[in-house]
Write a new protein. Structure first.
Length: 660
């Protein structure tokens, strides 16, 4: 028993030393090598050359222990036995254990470096906090806008290349492989730095050098259930952690763009961070886009261009204090390669969007001209002023009082809408419908959730229903039999919502696609084809439907693009919010008859002038049948002098402000 206790104590002592780290492991092995050398030297003492002392004998034993090449040099049976034991012990202790310790230490160091624990030494970089389903499209959009990113960095005094740091909770090798294999990001892999850590931990935030960053982007994370609460609470805590990064009161906090899902948490998020901050309300933004798309079918293709830097036209800002004092009507025709959309007026960190302004509105030195153009260079190209240009005011435009009344009536809509599926966005979607106070919508919600659950969730949102007739149906979206019980031709629009109760975006989109295919089958011979609008949650499904009927809004893709736009050009958020909110200017479609145009050959320059005369801004053409197979139906900002062959069903894309 005593022997067992002694061995256990020895094992416990060795264990405590080994868990203390590589240094203590090496000390233990060095002590063991020394002990064996002394023991071997004592056993071999007196068996060697005459005059050999204890130190020489210990040195002899150490050499045999560490180098097996001495094994054949010894003479005498006892000396050879001791030498053999020492050599074998050397293989086990000196070479085996020592190399194992060093290998383990080196492997640990390599794993530590791969996991990204080392703080980066960067300045004027962009930080993305968290790895979500929207991280890859967000990074792609950032590099598609590389020119805008470099101009953004140049305004901060940085002239170097664009570098991005991504702080991921679980930094696995698969994440780096996803970046390498991506056709866009693979070319910039060396400029993307992955760090491991939690965005909620202040010490981990230092690994991404957040305090030295030019901009920090905080996308919302998705959860299987109760995501609007959990994701927003986490985002607010991230903002608090970022706010605590400042070492002193005078230390400037970096610019942050954060996504908050629930609109009720926006005010709390603003209180959490005291630095420059822009908040994108994800649920509100997607709801606005969907409602506008229902009001004006066909807008989804315009969204793709406006929000993406690599697809056609995008919004750009033109700044020149020399334009101060000039009227809108004098400068809007001076951009031959861009469409004038309005002004963004700034007062410090506060911005006001003035879309489709009056022609007699004068510019100030702090105004930025909002333009729709293919690239930054086209937005900066400006013609000299036109001498003697007469600016028509709104009162002198072609619209007469009866036309103004008719136009106001055109804004009023009454539609029957089927919302298939339930997600946290449904209350926000209903709230957006109610914001159009002159309209009336008959809305039917079809979901497997019980009616009591839905009413409880709507009651928690304090949502009333002015202008909405609401009806609930308990049915499963993927069950074709339950679809057959509905008279689909009675609906003007059918919206398939992406479920947020499933484990991933792939599962949610698979469910939506099954519902869509069933709809497509049932609507083959319907007397009326309702508008189909699908919401997807997985950005990789962008081209899944191909050329099938229906429009698609990919929520994470839209929000990631918007995050990049606002991160690089802060002023754009007020313009986008104004453009897609009730009561403000809207993008809609006009027929040729609305502009008294005849099918045939015309130019976009003449269409643009007619739009100005009617108090609108022409943005492009939507062809019912594209002129060629290589051309898309939507053509924004076409060449002013290029002849356009218009057909009776072609539409003009306009930016209009409805009179109240």
């Amino acid at each position: 028993m005593m022997r067992t206790n002694l061995l256990n104590r020895l094992r416990y002592f060795l264990e405590r030393q080994f868990v203390r780290g590589t240094q203590y492991q090496l000390l233990v092995m060095a002590a063991l090598v020394g002990l064996i050398s002394v023991l071997g030297g004592v056993l071999a003492l007196g068996t060697g050359e005459t005059g050999e002392n204890i130190l020489d004998s210990i040195w002899w034993a150490f050499l045999r222990l560490t180098d097996p090449g001495y094994l054949g040099d010894d003479e005498g049976v006892w000396r050879r036995i001791v030498s053999t034991i020492l050599t074998v012990s050397g293989y086990v202790v000196f070479m085996g254990a020592l190399i194992a310790i060093l290998t383990q230490w080196l492997s640990g160091q390599m794993r530590s470096l791969e996991r990204g624990f080392t703080p980066v030494s960067l300045k004027h970089h962009i930080v993305v906090l968290g790895w979500t389903d929207s991280t890859l499209p967000l990074l792609r959009e950032l590099w598609m806008a590389e020119g805008g990113a470099k101009r953004f960095l140049f305004r901060l005094g940085a002239s170097g290349r664009l570098r991005v740091v991504v702080l991921a909770d679980d930094l696995r090798p698969e994440l780096a492989e996803e970046l390498r294999s991506d056709p866009v990001l693979g070319k910039h892999f060396n400029e993307i730095i992955l760090r491991s850590g939690s965005s909620l931990n202040s010490e981990h935030l230092q690994r991404a050098a957040c305090q030295q960053a030019a901009a920090i982007i905080v996308p919302a994370k998705t959860f299987a259930q109760d995501s609007s609460v959990s994701a927003d609470v986490e985002t607010i805590k991230v903002l608090l952690a970022l706010n605590g990064q400042a070492n002193t009161v005078t230390t400037a906090l970096p610019y942050v763009v954060a996504e908050i899902q629930s609109p009720h948490k926006v005010a709390i998020a603003r209180r959490a961070y005291h630095g420059p901050l822009e908040i994108i309300s994800g649920d509100c933004t997607i709801s606005r886009l969907m409602v506008q798309n229902i009001r004006h079918p066909g807008l989804s293709s315009i969204y793709l261009e406006l929000f993406s830097h690599h697809l056609g036209q995008s919004f750009y800002l033109h700044r020149d204090p020399a334009l101060a004092g000039q009227l809108v009507g004098q400068i809007r025709s001076r951009f031959p390669q861009a469409c004038f959309c309005g002004l963004i007026r700034s007062q410090g960190d506060q911005f006001t969007a003035m879309l489709n302004p009056a022609a007699d509105l004068p510019l100030t030195a702090d105004d930025a001209v909002l333009l729709l153009a293919a690239d930054y260079q086209q937005a900066q190209h400006r013609l000299p002023p036109t001498p003697g240009l007469v600016v028509k005011t709104k009162s002198s435009k072609l619209l007469q009082p009866e036309q103004i009344q008719q136009k106001a009536q055109q804004k009023i809509q009454e539609k029957s809408i089927l919302i298939a599926g339930w997600s946290r966005k449904v209350p926000a979607l209903l709230r957006e419908f109610t914001s159009y106070r002159h309209d009336h919508y008959h809305i039917t919600i079809m979901s497997s959730r019980t009616v009591a659950e839905r009413e409880q969730l709507l009651a928690a949102e304090n949502l009333d229903h002015p202008g909405i007739t609401l009806k609930h149906i308990v049915a499963e979206v993927t069950n074709e039999v339950e679809w057959q019980h509905l008279v689909l031709a009675n609906f003007d629009s059918i919206v398939l919502m992406s479920s947020d109760r499933l484990g991933s975006g792939e599962e949610a989109d698979a469910r939506s696609i099954v519902g869509y295919l069933q709809l497509e089958n049932l609507l083959q011979h319907a007397r009326k084809q309702p508008q189909l609008l699908l919401e997807f949650s997985d950005p990789s499904n962008e081209r899944l439907l191909g050329h099938r009927a229906g429009e698609v809004i990919i929520s994470p893709l839209m929000l990631s693009h918007l995050l990049i736009h606002v991160a690089l050009r802060r002023e754009l958020l007020v313009a986008i919010n104004d453009l897609f909110s009730a009561g403000g200017p809207e993008i809609s479609f006009r027929s040729l008859a609305d502009y008294k145009l005849q099918p045939g050959t015309t130019s976009f320059g003449s269409i643009r002038q007619q739009a100005w005369d009617q108090g609108e801004i022409a943005l492009g053409i939507y062809y019912a049948t594209p002129p060629s197979t290589a051309q898309k139906p939507l053509q924004l900002n076409p060449d002013l002098s290029q002849p356009l062959q218009l057909k009776p069903n072609d539409l003009i894309v306009v930016l209009e402000t409805y009179p109240d």
